[in-house]
Design a protein around this ligand. Structure first.
Ligand code: GTP
Ligand code: MG
Length: 148
């Protein structure tokens, strides 16, 4: 089953949105494979957002993502990468539709509540950056036969 890396950013944690966000993915029928509250080091932030190095917002992005704890998660499910990106909404909350996480809770692009991997390649890279294999839990949920 496909896996993705999702993360409640420091603004989402401070705004007490962890439960709300986890709840949305649970109710959708996605499957939680791992989760932890952690603070990102500047080194990890630079690696995670490496594709944006050199862009004008890069320094601010690294400063923001290391400014407080984040809630890092791995979720799995069929097409979970695409589904979770749809549920997050557009990068800039001003363009994100109501009903999406960024559309419902964010206002500016620099504080957009949640991160999600954007392709199978980034998902694999980001899961390995943030989680050890033993932190990912494999288990069956009987509810799955009502989802698939
Ligand atoms: P992530 O899930 O956080 O990776 O967002 P994304 O995939 O929707 O967008 P992208 O990877 O292009 O950008 C990464 C993050 O950089 C965004 O979530 C924003 O917080 C920030 N960002 C992107 N573009 C801009 C910009 O033009 N200005 C500012 N200030 N921040 C930006
Ligand atoms: Mg991105």
């Amino acid at each position: 089953m496909q896996k993705t890396f999702l993360m409640v950013k420091p603004d989402g944690v401070q705004r007490q949105l962890i439960g709300e966000i986890v709840s949305r993915f649970e109710r959708k029928g996605l499957h939680l494979a791992g989760a932890k509250l952690m603070t990102i080091s500047p080194e990890l932030a630079q690696q995670h957002y490496g594709e944006h190095k050199g862009k004008p917002f890069f320094e601010g992005l690294v400063e923001f993502i290391t400014s407080g704890p984040v809630f890092a998660m791995v979720w799995q499910g069929e097409n979970v990468i695409e589904i979770s990106r749809q549920m997050m909404g557009k990068t800039n909350p001003k363009d994100a539709l109501p009903g999406t996480i960024r559309g419902d809770y964010g206002v500016i692009v620099g504080k957009n509540i949640i991160h999600g991997s954007d392709s199978p390649e980034s998902a694999e890279r980001e899961i390995n950056l943030f989680f050890n294999q033993e932190e990912l839990v494999e288990y069956n949920k009987s509810m799955n036969e009502w989802i698939y």
